[in-house]
Design a protein around this ligand. Structure first.
Ligand code: 13P
Length: 235
């Protein structure tokens, strides 16, 4: 059985006042696993809300001279039980390679964090017909061999659908998720991410191999996120 997971990636958004929004999400979440990945500064203030928390990234090392970075043990110590790895914004903004993502994913596992490993093609790659090849190569390069359904969730996030309002069509998502399922086998939860909103969530969750979503903008407010959680719980 795959787990149904609604994960919110708050990215670089949220101040201490946003803890109240997370509290509202926590109290309304029902029927599936809900994870909030706030900025690291909000992990401790959110740690008593009763909702699962995740980091958005972790360094491959456990400690050391890496100014501005954060390690998996720090995330776990602050209350996280999950960690996003390989998000396309990290790959683009910080030059993270598949090898980096693989090492970060192993670092997350080493302290018991469940990794939400992100993959996705750019618009140019999709238009060149390279989508499945790109994803295969990202999987080969960034998914460590010790991955299990307990320690890893895969998130397909087409780069062109992130923050653009252009959600991938159900056919596009089904093609990729069916290929991912064939690659990883049963049990692994496969999330879709990229402009997921209340209005398109049910159609995505109706697909065979979509077990949830990794939501950006629409996870910041309970009024936007909870209808997505409900759609997943009812799928
Ligand atoms: O990148 C995403 C989640 O990790 C998706 O972001 P949006 O839902 O804002 O498109």
């Amino acid at each position: 059985m795959t787990r149904k997971i609604a994960a919110g990636n708050w990215k670089m958004n949220g101040l201490r006042a946003s803890v109240e929004e997370a509290r509202a999400i926590a109290s309304g979440a029902d029927g599936c696993t809900v994870v909030i990945c706030p900025p690291a500064t909000l992990l401790v203030p959110m740690s008593a809300l009763g909702v699962a928390l995740g980091g958005q990234y972790c360094h491959a090392s456990t400690s050391g001279a890496h100014t501005g970075d954060i390690s998996a043990p720090m995330l776990a110590d602050a209350g996280a039980t999950w960690c996003i790895t390989g998000h396309s914004e990290r790959r683009a903004d910080h030059g993270e390679s598949d090898a980096d993502v693989r090492a970060q994913t192993e670092a997350a596992w080493s302290v018991g964090l469940t990794a939400i490993l992100c993959l996705g093609e750019t618009l140019a790659q999709r238009e060149a017909g390279e989508t499945l090849d790109v994803l295969r190569s990202q999987m080969d390069g960034s998914l460590p061999s010790g991955a299990t359904p307990d320690n890893t969730v895969i998130a397909y996030e087409p780069v062109w659908a992130i923050g653009t309002g252009k959600v991938a069509t159900p056919d596009q998502v089904a093609e990729v998720h069916d290929a991912l399922r064939a690659r990883v086998g049963p049990g692994f939860s496969l999330l879709y991410g990229g402009s997921v909103k209340a209005g398109n969530a049910a159609d995505l969750f109706a697909l065979d191999n979509v077990d949830g979503a990794l939501v950006g903008g629409a996870s910041l407010a309970a009024a936007d996120f909870l209808p997505i959680v409900k759609a997943l719980a009812e799928s």
